[in-house]
Design a protein around this ligand. Structure first.
Ligand code: GDP
Ligand code: K
Ligand code: MG
Length: 302
């Protein structure tokens, strides 16, 4: 690159780990912007998403991924595991996120996969806010250290913003010197339309019990700015797999879908920085989560 001044650093940092350790929450905190949806339910993140942080000195491209999980035979689970597995190929740094005090078989499985990775691994022990003092964490750190080798270890709390600067420092130690990869005003590789669908899905994940969320997905049917009204018109179609699920999403007298809509609308206003008119519909599309063609047509194809 002719413009390259010799000091700039740019590269990819993959955020890897089992579901629910706080990968997406952490990436959002590192970016200072909510890009990736989060909830206490596993498999909230279904797609790989880049969160791009650009300064005068560096560009870090965080790659948030679905959690690598065991089990689940449906096509959608395959898709998520494939996406997670491919995310640490061709990256400069791997951020392996675990949850303070909890080492499970799924963490073990991720650790095994990382043995074959080329990039250096930085172990992030998230949710340290759950521990009163550092001593209480030592047995856990000891245990994890016996399970894998890593290049650095950082205790972190996405909630309390502990360890964020240390993450940036450790990533920068390992980021190649090269010109920015994305234009400086890019914050993600995903379209605004995609982010809008994700926002609606987040509210579904957060408002529904355990059964429905895994059978639901969201398609944006209309996404346009109405010049006359000076507002965005967004139509979201919520697809579920069974009539019973449709009833649950709608709720008594339509109360639940109303709540989902008003929460989503708030976030859409923040995303689009404009007024938003949001309409949500629920439709049954049987078996979409285990049908390769349906999956691809719904955007589960990268
Ligand atoms: P992911 O599946 O790994 O992407 O995890 P999420 O980012 O969706 O978070 C899973 C759950 O952990 C959510 O309920 C978060 O609010 C919670 N969480 C994330 N970071 C922290 C943290 O630093 N401390 C605590 N106590 N909870 C956290
Ligand atoms: K989650
Ligand atoms: Mg996530």
């Amino acid at each position: 690159d002719a413009d390259y001044n010799g000091d700039y650093q740019a590269g990819f940092a993959a955020v890897i780990g089992r579901p629910n350790v706080g990968k997406s929450t952490l990436m959002n905190e590192l970016l200072g912007q909510k890009l990736s949806i989060t909830s206490h339910k596993p498999q909230t993140t279904r797609h790989r998403i880049h969160g791009i942080l650009t300064t005068d000195a560096y560009q870090i491209i965080y790659v948030d991924t679905p959690g690598m999980h065991l089990g689940g035979k449906k096509s959608i689970n395959d898709y998520m595991n494939r996406t997670a597995n491919s995310a640490f190929v061709d990256v400069d740094v791997i951020l392996f996120v675990v949850e303070a005090g909890r080492w499970t078989d799924e963490d073990q499985a991720v650790a095994r996969k990382l043995k074959g990775a080329d990039a250096p691994v930085i172990l992030l022990i998230n949710k340290v806010d759950k521990f009163e003092n550092k001593e209480a964490l030592l047995p856990f750190i000891q245990k994890v250290s016996e399970q894998l080798t890593f290049d650095a270890l950082i205790p972190v709390s996405a909630y309390k913003k502990i360890g964020l600067q240390a993450i940036t420092d450790e990533v920068l130690k390992r980021l190649p010197k090269q010109a920015a990869i994305f234009p400086e005003d890019y914050v993600t590789d995903r379209s605004t339309r995609f982010l809008a669908a994700e926002i609606i899905r987040e509210k579904l994940m957060r408002n529904l019990g355990n059964e429905v969320p895994y059978g639901a997905t969201v398609e944006i049917e209309q996404f346009k700015f109405d010049e006359e009204e000076g507002r965005w018109l967004v139509n979201g179609l919520i697809l579920v797999e069974r009539p019973g699920q449709k009833q649950i999403v709608i709720g008594k007298k339509g109360e639940l879908i109303k709540k989902i809509g008003s929460e989503a609308r708030k976030d859409l206003i923040a995303l689009l920085d404009a007024r938003v008119h949001l309409e949500l519909w629920v439709k049954i599309k049987e078996n979409w989560s285990d049908d390769a063609r349906a999956l691809a047509s719904l955007g589960y194809d990268d």
